[in-house]
Each structure stands twice: as C-alpha cells, then as structure tokens.
Design a protein around this ligand. Structure first.
Ligand SMILES: [Fe+2]
Length: 238
C-alpha cells in the first residue's frame, strides 16, 4: 500500500519529535502492509515554518536511516498545505511542495470557510495545472454541516482523501458517517493514515482496508489504497 498523507519526518511539525520515534512509525507502517509513504509535514498553517528544502533534506537523512536499519519503506517528499487566498502566490514563489514529483498537491481546508473562496483558489490552481487533493474533508466542521459541498469540490477538479480513523469511527460519528457515505457513493479517491505518532494516529491502514472492503468491495480497496496512490507517485491521471 501507499500512504499519501503521513507526518513521519522527525522534528519538523507535530509528528515524531525524534528519529527513534520516526523509525518506530516506519516499522509499524511496514508491518501493516505499507511500502511507500509520502511525508507531508504541515505547510502554511500558521504554526510550523517548514520549507521545501527542509523536507527534502529530512527525507534524505531519514531514507539513509531506514536503509541502515534494513526497513523496506520508501519515503517521498510532500506537504500538507493549509489552503488560503495566498496559496497560488506561495506556489508561484516555489514555497510549496507537491506529493512526490507530481502535479498533485495535498491541501487542508480551514475548519470554518466560505465555499466560494475555496472554489476560487481551486480554479486558480487549475490554471496552473495543479491537481488538488483535499485532505480529510469528512473531519472539517464546515463540511460536516454541509456535506452536499463534497461533489462540488470534485466538480472543480479536486480529489478527496479520507483519514483512516474516520472509516473506523475513531474520529467521531460525524466524520464516520461522511467517510462511509463517500466510499459508498464513489467520492473517495484515497484513504491515508495522517499518522502523527505510534500512539496518536499510527501510520497503519490494515484495519481500515477491511472496513472499505465491506462497504465498497475489492474494487474500491484496489482503487483507494493501491491504484490511485500509485498514479500520484507516477504522476499519472487518477
Ligand atoms: Fe495531516
């Protein structure tokens, strides 16, 4: 499996604070069947100051440590970017990172937002040939009040990523319902761990696969956990 959203790099954001903790997360990911992770520290969220150079340097160091420890996990650079009216100016100035070496960028919505403002940014991104992946819409407070917005974002060229723990109900009943409905209706392109630590959201997807299989069958599992993420890594068309 490929996990496209995980805070696994040490010391950059609210992910693991040390290399040992990052290695423990890598071991947990591998034992749950993950072979590749896109490392997505928070960007532009007003709390952490992370740059593309910092992520690339950290991925290089972490990859070296994984190789030394013979842990078969490939880690790619990425970012979870808080979307804002300034997103395209940050992009134009080279301050943002895509998922791997692709045209896909992972965006987090503000908890409270006005839909038209977000749609304006999505259209600006489209003009730049960026394909936005919206992180965990099912956990967003505005979307929980207005789930009818979800297909509108897809209409605007966005892809949607659910957090694994929303599928199992561990993120509360609202995100549980929306996540399940999204899989049922074919509106979920990815499920990722959004892992932060071994204790707080470990980077494991094996239990979640079973839930998705019950709702959407083997076809949904293949698309959500394998084919769609592989297309991101290869910069193909999801
Ligand atoms: Fe995240």
């Amino acid at each position: 499996m490929i996990d496209i959203h995980c805070h696994i790099l040490p010391g950059l954001d609210d992910g693991p604070s040390t290399m040992d903790k990052a290695v423990a997360m890598a071991l947990a990911a591998v034992s749950s069947g993950t072979t590749r992770i896109v490392a997505t520290p928070h960007f532009k969220n007003g709390v952490f100051e992370v740059s593309p150079e910092m992520v690339k340097a950290s991925v290089a160091v972490f990859t070296g440590v994984l190789e030394e420890n013979k842990i078969a996990l490939e880690v790619l650079p990425g970012a979870e970017i808080r979307i804002s009216p300034d997103t395209c100016s940050h992009l134009d100035q080279g301050e943002l990172l895509p998922l791997g070496a692709s045209r896909y960028y992972l965006f987090e919505l503000p908890d409270i937002f006005i839909k038209d403002g977000i749609i304006t940014v999505l259209r600006q991104l489209r003009q730049r040939e960026v394909i936005p992946v919206i992180a965990h819409p099912e956990r967003n407070r505005t979307i929980q009040r207005h789930p009818e917005m979800i297909p509108e974002f897809i209409f605007e060229n966005a892809l949607l990523q659910i957090t694994g723990k929303s599928m199992t109900g561990e993120n509360g009943k609202h995100s549980f319902k929306i996540a399940r409905d999204m899989v049922k209706e074919g509106l979920a392109h990815f499920v990722a761990s959004d892992g932060h630590s071994i204790r707080r959201r470990p980077p494991c997807l094996d239990d979640v696969v079973k839930v998705v299989e019950k709702i959407g069958g083997r076809k949904a599992v293949r698309a959500i956990f394998e084919e769609n993420p592989a297309k991101i890594v290869a910069d193909g068309q999801v």
